[in-house]
Design a protein around this ligand. Structure first.
Ligand code: IFM
Length: 482
């Protein structure tokens, strides 16, 4: 249900010096298609994002063909991570680099790249955190129907086994799928992400098969990794609020909360779909893709639940506003444009929403330990005359979100880690290179890396295991209650 019942502390009123629990895992993240480039190497096959970009689906026709050139610059990038004092690195494996057509034998060169990456991380004392699927489906599998087709989940399980066999002796922390809501709903319902389809019923089936892939992947990983390995999934919850008081507004909020949040939490953590969400979705799907036994697979026990938080959804009732949208079966909702303050890509800055997300999952479910796998913001960074990127806005943003995360810990949430999105500026999907999320600036013409002021600041946070009193957020708009 909407999260209005979650108590809301004023996060800007908390004490400035905060310590996180011992052994808290600090890190930064990227994903393969957003940073690697090198699409011509290792026998890599095309992914749906190559195709989507070539068909004009991205801003300015930008693609991930070069991105941050990390495939070629990996060793230097890992050395930079270590110099910045980052203890853990969350990255994804590109399925089409491992299995060019999404099935059959692995490309040894593709696996070798990820083995080399993990070895390099370990040699620098950086903990690898592996994500198996961060949206770059092999195009050949999309040609066979993509995520709306059940077989794709089984192909994912095979792929998970190949990667586990290659990296399982050296990587301990594993995630199956990143943000399945985006993959299913942005990709197959709204059509704003690859593969660019606007088929609500197919999106509902895609959602189920992404969840099934997760569960099948957990089984495969459990069978191949050592008992100490940690396996989970990463979801992207959005607290849903409505300014309206009408029944229609409240129903709009219920619907969006259903598709954004409960459609994922309930199957993974409870082994069932919420009845009201199934009712909503049944207007666009006969749900025949859900087979007996599937939800038992989807809800296999996991060791960690990753949460990515960016903002709340502010919704109201508006007839027909979501006819083509990420909300299959709910055409009469509107998700509001943000007020200030907002990030460079127009997302309202709402650190309290992180507190709400963490407390909500801990309260409404009985989750395994939580880790914030992504938190960050796009800001208009530029390299200044002295070669520095003074991204005080990002420091303020992260400071406020860390205070919100700490408030959740203080409220009893078992939060074990926090990963800033992102390590490097990168290919921001449909937005191309228009927005910079990195702690490290990338000059795309030269591929020069320039750590931003926020990178140095984050190193201080890591060293202090919290927010040291000596590094207050630079003055700026407070990020408290809306
Ligand atoms: O860049 C993305 C990432 O790939 C998934 N989570 C949200 C980020 C910012 O949009």
């Amino acid at each position: 249900m909407p999260t209005s019942s979650v108590p809301r502390p004023r996060v800007d009123a908390l004490p400035r010096a905060l310590r996180f629990p011992d052994n808290f895992l600090w890190g930064v993240g990227t994903s393969a298609h957003q940073v690697e480039g090198g699409v011509d190497l290792d026998g890599r096959g095309p992914s749906i994002w190559d195709t989507f970009a070539a068909r004009g689906g991205t801003r300015h026709g930008d693609s991930g063909a070069v991105a941050a050139d990390h495939r070629r610059r990996m060793a230097d990038d890992v050395a930079l991570l270590a110099r910045l004092g980052v203890p853990a690195y969350r990255f994804s494996v590109a399925w089409p680099r491992v299995q060019p057509t999404g099935r059959g034998l692995a490309s040894q060169a593709g696996l070798d790249f990820y083995r080399a990456l993990v070895d390099e991380l370990l040699a620098h004392g950086v903990e690898p955190v592996v994500t198996l699927y961060h949206w770059d489906l092999p195009q050949a599998l999309e040609d066979a129907g993509g995520w709306p087709v059940r077989d794709t989940a089984y192909r994912f399980a095979d792929y998970a086994g190949l990667v586990a066999d290659a990296l399982g002796d050296r990587a301990r922390r594993w995630g199956t799928v990143n943000e399945p809501w985006c993959a299913a709903m942005l990709g197959y319902a709204a059509g704003v992400h690859a593969p660019g389809r606007t088929e609500p019923g197919a999106a509902v089936a895609a959602a189920h098969h992404l969840l099934l892939a997760h569960g099948l992947g957990v089984d495969v990983l459990r069978g191949r990794l050592s008992p100490g390995a940690e396996v989970g999934i990463t979801l992207n919850p959005y607290p849903v609020v409505t300014a309206g008081t009408s029944d229609a507004d409240l129903d709009a909020a219920r619907r969006i909360d259903g598709i954004a949040n409960r459609l994922w939490y309930d199957p993974v953590l409870l082994g069932r779909y919420p009845d009201d969400v199934l009712d909503d979705l049944s207007t666009v799907s006969d749900l025949a893709h859900v087979r007996d036994g599937d939800l038992g697979v989807v809800s296999r026990p996991i060791d960690v639940l990753g949460l990515n938080y960016y903002r709340r959804y502010h919704v109201s009732y508006e007839r027909g506003a979501a006819a083509v949208s990420p909300w299959p079966g709910s055409p009469d909702v509107s998700v509001a444009a943000p007020d200030e303050p907002a990030t460079a890509n127009g997302w309202r800055i709402e650190p309290d929403g992180l507190y709400e997300s963490l407390v909500r999952v801990a309260t409404d479910y009985d989750p395994p330990p939580l880790v914030v796998h992504e938190s960050g913001g796009a800001f208009p960074d530029a390299v200044g005359p002295h070669g520095r990127v003074e991204d005080d806005d990002r420091i303020r943003f992260l400071d406020a979100h860390l205070r919100a995360a700490h408030a959740a810990v203080a409220a009893g949430v078992d939060l074990r880690g926090y990963f800033v999105w992102s390590f490097l500026d990168n290919f921001e999907w449909a937005e191309g290179y228009a927005h910079r999320f990195g702690l490290v600036h990338v000059d795309y013409a030269t591929q020069a890396r320039t750590p931003k002021a926020s990178a140095e600041w984050f190193g201080g946070v890591v060293a202090a295991n919290g927010l040291p009193p000596a590094s207050p957020a630079p003055p700026g708009p407070a990020c408290g209650d809306p």
